[in-house]
Design a protein around this ligand. Structure first.
Ligand SMILES: [Zn+2]
Length: 301
């Protein structure tokens, strides 16, 4: 699992920082999460192939999380993208994007699908044979979702030494990978676990930005491998959290601890602070390991 941070600061783009956008690479597939202004430039800087992005997940309709979307959609069209593009986001996102496309007469040649969200309960919004994506309802100033990406268990793996030792023909390997026992001609049964290994362990990633401290998300993100949780403020500015719909580093770390996650990444820092290391310092008092997102960083787990 690889997380490329394209941008992780709140509010306006600056010469030295970018608003929220990141690419999650899991099971050889890429998913773009949020698309702040300048995301397409950041994708180019990271040398991420545009053609590998077929799903975009938008958390909410504040500009620092989706103002880059129309630009990216337009560039995909100029590049004669052949693939379909699926966009998941709050109800209203289709109207915003289609209005811009309609008035600028810049219809896309590829198929553009919108999956609008309005439930305040977690729901399964995408799945294929390798991954499932669920919403994580968040509490912010507008309707907002985080996203949980969960790998599905793969096939069992053949223990070649054990299988050849039992003279099992390769034509039965698929059956074994699916978990079945093998009945031999003489009636004896070879139990699956004696000739296979468990599937490789699966991984999970939870993206939670923007939100106030909200313990209701804990059951949804329990035991995830990596939690990205916003931490807009330091403790000295905690009184700003409720009116703005944001969290502090310590609040993010508290959620990580209570949900028993394996790793925490902080991001969405207010640009009022010149030293983001203070976010880690505060979070470390509650939960470890905590990592600081920063534009251009790539995390591998
Ligand atoms: Zn916001």
């Amino acid at each position: 699992m690889k997380v490329s941070i394209l941008g992780c600061y709140s509010a306006t783009p600056r010469t030295i920082t970018n608003p929220t956008s990141q690419v999650l690479e899991i099971n050889n597939q890429m998913y773009l999460i949020d698309c702040g202004e300048g995301t397409q430039v950041q994708l180019r800087k990271h040398k991420i192939k545009f053609s590998r992005i077929n799903q975009i997940f938008i958390s909410h309709l504040h500009g620092d999380h989706f103002f880059g979307l129309i630009g990216l959609i337009s560039t995909f069209s100029l590049l004669n993208r052949p693939n379909d593009l699926h966009i998941y986001g709050p109800k209203g996102i289709k109207e915003i994007i289609l209005l811009q496309i309609k008035l600028s007469k810049s219809y896309t040649k590829y198929n553009l699908f919108f999956h609008e969200l309005e439930s305040d309960q977690s729901e399964l919004i995408f799945e294929d044979d390798k991954i499932a994506v669920y919403t994580i309802p968040l509490k912010h100033r507008v309707y907002t979702n985080g996203y949980l990406f969960k790998e599905k268990p793969g096939l069992r793996r053949i223990n070649i030494d054990a299988a050849t030792g039992q003279n099992i023909d390769v034509c039965y390997f698929n059956k074994l990978k699916q978990g079945s026992d093998l009945k031999q001609e003489d009636g004896t049964v070879i139990e699956n676990e004696t000739v296979t290994f468990d599937p490789l362990p699966t991984q999970s990633y939870a993206f939670c930005s923007d939100t106030v401290y909200n313990e209701e998300i804990i059951p949804l993100i329990e035991n995830v491998d990596v939690l990205y949780h916003e931490s807009t403020f330091l403790e000295q500015d905690i009184e700003k959290c409720i009116p703005t719909g944001h969290s502090t580093a310590i609040q993010a770390a508290t959620i990580a601890k209570k949900a028993n996650v394996k790793n925490l990444i902080l991001g969405h820092y207010s640009t009022r602070y010149s030293d983001i290391n203070l976010f880690k310092k505060e979070a470390d008092t509650v939960f470890e390991p905590t990592f600081l997102a920063d534009d251009g960083l790539v995390f591998k787990f």
